[in-house]
Design a protein around this ligand. Structure first.
Ligand code: ATP
Ligand code: MG
Length: 242
């Protein structure tokens, strides 16, 4: 579903992605871990071309990433992305926020978009908040709206970049629960997260990054119990001692 080969990316002198080789089969849940600045967000952003790469190829569902124009817009629609900050439109209701993509980008008829929106808001547990504005919702609720908004485009892949890091602790689980149910239904997911319980429970695979490289690529159990590299041991030592 995602194929990255020989990917290189620089920001000026900084080599942020080095020789990235990553094949993600359909339905796999990939957890991306690594210290701050190791390139996790940049990796995600290249998958839907929010960041262009200098070298190498990236394909989603067999289609190489187009560089611009209509084909790029279509590809972005295939790849849903959820960030730490929810980026909902403040002056639009929850329902309007979710309906925007299907009507404007997917050109869905209003009635069908309304039904899709209703179904997705029910699914993330906020159908009863549909006519409120984002500021009237808690952070956890807003993030669930952001997930519904991404799903409304009927994506083939979902990217999550620290979706729970900005949330109060008591709201983390309601968002992780939605993500877990998505994973169970077979969505292909790439998830940057510090939630190690979730990583172990919901992940099929862990990618550990350091200095722009994929240093370990293994199953969660092996990663957490028997990391190979010193970088990973050091990283786990720091986070697990909290
Ligand atoms: N637009 C940009 N211009 C210049 N440098 C950037 C840009 N975006 C990221 N970087 C740099 O690239 C490196 C990788 O950044 P990235 O955001 O991918 O790291 P990360 O692993 O997601 O870190 P964190 O855990 O803190 O979110 C960092 O050194 C960062 O400062
Ligand atoms: Mg990041």
């Amino acid at each position: 579903m995602i194929a990255m080969h020989g990917v290189q990316k620089h920001f000026g002198d900084l080599h942020v992605l080095r020789d990235i080789e990553l094949d993600v089969p359909a339905g796999q849940v990939v957890i991306v871990l690594g210290p701050s600045g190791s390139g996790k967000s940049t990796l995600c952003r290249t998958i839907n071309r929010l960041e262009p790469v200098d070298e190498g190829t990236i394909a989603v569902d067999g289609n190489p990433l187009p560089s611009e124009g209509k084909a790029l817009a279509a590809l972005r629609a295939d790849v849903g992305m959820v960030f730490q900050s929810f980026n909902l439109f403040a002056h639009k209701t929850i329902r309007e926020n979710v309906m925007l993509g299907p009507t404007k980008v997917r050109k869905m008829k209003k009635e069908e978009a309304e039904q899709t929106t209703q179904r997705l808001l029910e699914r993330v547990g906020i159908a009863n908040q549909a006519d409120k504005y984002p500021a009237q919702l808690s952070g956890g609720q807003q993030q669930r709206v952001a997930i519904a908004r991404a799903l409304a485009m009927n994506p083939k892949v979902m990217l999550f970049d620290e979706p729970t890091s900005a949330l109060d602790p008591e709201m983390v689980n309601e968002v992780l629960d939605v993500m877990t149910s998505l994973a169970k239904e077979g969505m292909t997911m790439v998830v940057v997260t510090h939630e190690m319980g979730f990583a172990r429970r919901a992940g099929d695979r862990v990618i550990f990054m350091a200095d722009g490289q994929i240093v370990e690529d293994t199953d969660p159990e092996t990663f957490f119990t028997a990391p190979k590299s010193d970088r990973a041991k050091d990283f786990l030592g720091k986070i697990l001692s909290h």
